[in-house]
Design a protein around this ligand. Structure first.
Ligand code: 3PG
Ligand code: MG
Length: 397
């Protein structure tokens, strides 16, 4: 990887390493219900410890307005310990006397987790006084939290200006994968963009259509495009006030020679619920009392044929109402096809964004994808072509 300092350039032995990780994991009470983000950063933690560094974990959890026991990182630190298979100490504050005492007691190879950075207002404000209070605890800063890199907070960005800064192994893998997907991809590149609303994905569509050869539109978003083409979409979810925008988007894509792939048939039902009676219908023949809940078999076949011609895939957002069976079929079958092409060495596939990961996991396809990002908002901002503060600060100037 060029342009970024990584752990390869860092001398961590006997150093206090402030390691920003994203321990913002889903919790059920004090139980971590999905440990994927912890598993991803575990190799960085153990590498620094094995090289004799003192590993000091920094993270936020939730969106607390101040200290709040329900957003304590203590139970998460225990989960980290279980995953890395080593003791992980905990300090009740991320700055001040408690943190300082815990850090000064560390020996090379030790791992310590500090309390939620968002318990201090200075974190989100990127307040220099808070940055300095954190910086006092470390000799260098390693950022391994791509999923929080769209935030210019003290622990995700501010520290990079006052301490020697390096990308951790997960950040490195993420940047590598993302660059292979959009910055220097093998062509043709296809993007699949799903989800409910065009309104939240306009910047993303605009950026993608200047970079990819084909843009496959799925989810309720596709309904707005179909309606903009004058099709009757019945009771389907769509954005009435965005028909003009959808038309402009289609025209813009045509002028950039980006092929837009919309559904040609749909699975339609009269009720929005799992296993509601449904039928396969052409997108020209949706009944006035029906709603589109998934793409149909001809659409699946079409998308799979587009993937078969592609060398690179970027995927954000599911096709249908994937959380309800059987309306997950479109997402599951396209995911399976992408996973197979990837496993056969024919496709580089990168996916990310909240629902996407859940959908690909449910489809059993994630493992075979080239890279599945655990980032939500950061992945979206990257797809929009925005600079991420937590990444920019790592660039070699
Ligand atoms: C995430 O879960 O997307 C990141 O941890 C960022 O969290 P935030 O949206 O609360 O800043
Ligand atoms: Mg919470």
């Amino acid at each position: 990887m060029t342009g970024f300092r990584t752990l390869d350039q860092a001398d961590v032995a006997n150093k206090r390493v402030l390691l920003r990780v994203d321990l913002n994991v889903p919790m059920e009470g004090v139980r971590v219900s999905d440990a994927t983000r912890i598993e991803r950063v575990a190799p960085t933690i153990t590498e620094i410890a094995d090289r004799g560094g003192k590993v000091i974990l920094l993270s936020h959890l939730g969106r607390p307005k101040g200290p709040d026991p329900k957003d304590s990182l203590r139970p998460v630190a225990a989960a980290v310990s279980a995953i890395v298979g080593r003791p992980v100490g905990f300090a009740d504050d991320c700055i001040g006397p408690k943190a300082e005492a815990a850090v000064s007691a560390m020996r090379p190879g030790d791992i310590l987790c500090l309390e939620n950075t968002r318990f201090h207002k200075g974190e989100e404000k990127n307040d220099p006084t808070f940055v300095d209070a954190l910086a006092k605890l470390g000799d260098l800063w390693v950022n391994d939290a791509f999923s929080a890199a769209h935030r210019a907070h003290a622990s995700t960005e501010g520290l990079g200006h006052v301490l020697p800064a390096y990308a951790g192994r997960t950040m490195q893998a993420e940047l590598d994968a993302l660059s292979k997907a959009l910055e220097a991809p093998q062509r043709p590149v296809v993007a699949i963009v799903g989800g409910a609303k065009i309104s939240t994905k306009l910047d993303l569509l605009g950026n993608l259509m200047s970079k990819v050869n084909a843009l496959v539109i799925g989810g309720a978003m596709a309904n707005t495009f179909l309606a903009a083409q004058g099709k009757a979409v019945g009771k389907s979810l769509y954005e009435h006030d965005l028909l003009g925008t959808a038309k402009e988007t289609l025209a813009k894509a045509a002028s950039r020679q980006c092929e837009i792939v919309l559904p040609v048939d749909a699975v339609a039902a009269k009720k929005f619920e799992a296993n509601a009676p449904s039928r396969v219908v052409s997108v020209d023949a949706v009944g006035g009392d029906e709603m589109i809940l998934d793409i149909g078999p001809r659409s699946i076949e079409h998308v799979v044929s587009v993937l078969a011609r592609a060398k690179t895939l970027v995927w954000n957002g599911p096709f249908g109402a994937f959380e309800m069976e059987p309306f997950d079929t479109g997402t599951v079958e396209v995911a399976e096809a992408a996973a197979e092409l990837t496993a056969a060495g024919k496709l580089v596939s990168v996916a990310g964004g909240g629902d996407t990961v859940a959908a690909l996991n449910a489809a059993g396809a994630s493992e075979r994808f080239s890279y599945v990002s655990t980032a939500g908002g950061a992945f979206l901002e990257w797809l929009e072509g925005k600079a991420l503060p937590g990444v920019e600060v790592l660039r070699v100037k």
